[in-house]
Structures are given as structure tokens and as C-alpha cells.
Write a protein that binds this ligand. Structure first.
Ligand code: NAD
Length: 228
């Protein structure tokens, strides 16, 4: 069975990383237009870099939870394409290889001048210099901001269209294009399942509600035992 899985901030919530839109979510504390758009970065790069320095520090301390570990196990036994909107590295720490990070990574830098991308685990500053083109003041996190085009969309959509099952985990389904993945799956005749604390209201064949650390391992056990 081929499975395409989309994850969102909800799978990392129990690892201590805030979601965006829930009560107390990051967007209730910060202005999205200021910290997650190219225009915000253009206006005040230091503020944007500080915001992500804080989030990178949180993510550096975070540990994968039972849901990340369960998906890591599933990747070992099944044909899984894991597509994540998350910019943390908890899927990798949980044992999943080759996750498609369609919104980029907190742990990579991108030079806004030349497009060079490199691993970057420390704080970023407006004084940083691109190691490739030598430009100063153009180093930013390799994160897809609002108004920018997500990465790896062709691979993600192809995996969904050719899957037997599409599973959406811990995402509110409000950020496009990922929010449209369930329709892409349905148009291709692929079964759809949502695992979420609360149903997003998307058109899924089946919805299971609960905390990711509980319902994701349970679902993985069901899939593994069905294989026999
Ligand atoms: P969102 O904040 O819009 O929605 C969070 C979803 O998680 C909700 O549907 C909520 O019901 C669910 N949820 C909350 N706690 C849960 C739990 N314990 N178990 C299961 N589900 C739970 O987040 P989203 O849909 O991922 O929004 C997309 C954007 O958020 C993306 O751009 C993504 O990059 C970004 N984001 C990423 C991180 C991260 O990398 N850890 C954190 C916050 C936001």
C-alpha cells in the first residue's frame, strides 16, 4: 500500500512547538505580515531574524513525540511519502528519511541575493555574509513565507495522486496549496483520512480526532497489523 502523508504544526505541538492558529498560537502573539512575508523582511530584517532565532532555539531543544516516532516506523515498513509543512526537524529525529519540507527548514539559510542554501543551526544576524557570493545582509532562513512558492510541489502532488491513501495529520487546512491536497487526492480516487485534535472541516472520507501522540501510533499499528 502506498501512503502519502501531510503533516502540520499539530504533530509537533506536544513536542513543545507552538502551532500557528490555535488559541495561544504564534499568530495571536506575532503579526504574520511583519515576520512571515518577504515584505516584512525587507522592512525590518533584524526583527524577522530574531523571530526565527527564537523559534530555531525552541526547535533545537525539542524532542520528537510518539507520533513522529510512529511515522518513522511506518516509513521503514511501507511505501510512504511524508510531506510536511513543518520547518522543524522532528520527523528526521523520529526516524523518517526524505520528508518533503514544502515550507523549507529552520535549520537552513538562504541567500536572498544569489539563492544559495546551506545548513545553519545557529542564530542569524543582519551582519551575516553569504558563503557563496560574499554578499552581506541578505542571509535569511530557508523558509517559505506567505506570498512565496512552496518547494517540491511536483513531487508532493505526484505522490498524492499515485497513493492508495492520503492522510492529513495535525493541520488546519488553511494554508494553500497544501490545503488543497485532499481535493487532489479525491479527484484521483485516493482514499482520504484526517488525524487531528479537532476535525478541520475538510472533505475527508474518515476523520479520527485526538492528540497526535495517541491517535497517530494507534493508526500506524492498525496499518502495520492489516499488512499481516
Ligand atoms: P495551524 O496552526 O494552522 O493548525 C494546527 C492544527 O494542529 C489544528 O488543526 C489543530 O487542531 C491541530 N493540533 C493542535 N494540537 C494538536 C495535537 N496535540 N495533536 C493533533 N493535532 C493538533 O498549523 P498548520 O496547519 O501546520 O499551518 C500551516 C503553517 O504552520 C505552515 O506554514 C507551517 O510551516 C507552520 N508551522 C510550523 C510549525 C513547526 O514547524 N513545528 C509550527 C507552527 C506553524
Amino acid at each position: 500500500m502506498r501512503i502519502a502523508i501531510l503533516t502540520g504544526a499539530g504533530i509537533s505541538a506536544e513536542s513543545g512547538l507552538g502551532t500557528f492558529r490555535d488559541k495561544d498560537g504564534l499568530w495571536t502573539q506575532f503579526d504574520l505580515a511583519e515576520v512571515a512575508t518577504p515584505e516584512g523582511y525587507g522592512r525590518n530584517p533584524a526583527k524577522v531574524l530574531d523571530f526565527y532565532n527564537m523559534r530555531r532555539a525552541n526547535a533545537r531543544d525539542a524532542k520528537p513525540n510518539a507520533a513522529h516516532h510512529a511515522l518513522g516506523r511506518l516509513c521503514d515498513t511501507h511505501d510512504v511519502t511524508l510531506i510536511t509543512q513543518n520547518i522543524d526537524d522532528l520527523h528526521e529525529q523520529g526516524g523518517a528519511k526524505d520528508a518533503l519540507h514544502i515550507h523549507g527548514s529552520l535549520f537552513e539559510a538562504l541567500c536572498a541575493a544569489c539563492g544559495h542554501v546551506w545548513p545553519h543551526r545557529d542564530d542569524m544576524s543582519v551582519r551575516d555574509v553569504c558563503p557563496d557570493c560574499g554578499t552581506a545582509g541578505t542571509v535569511r532562513p530557508n523558509i517559505v513565507w506567505f506570498g512565496e512558492i512552496p518547494y517540491l510541489m511536483d513531487e508532493a502532488v505526484a505522490a498524492i495522486r499515485t497513493a492508495d491513501l492520503f492522510v492529513s495529520i495535525g493541520t488546519s487546512g488553511t494554508v494553500y496549496p497544501a490545503a488543497g491536497f485532499v481535493e487532489i487526492a479525491q479527484e484521483a480516487g485516493v482514499g482520504t483520512l484526517e488525524l487531528n485534535l479537532e476535525a478541520s472541516g475538510g472533505r475527508f472520507d474518515e476523520v479520527r480526532e485526538g492528540a497526535a501522540s495517541v491517535i497517530v501510533p494507534k493508526w500506524v499499528d492498525d496499518v502495520v497489523s492489516a499488512k499481516g
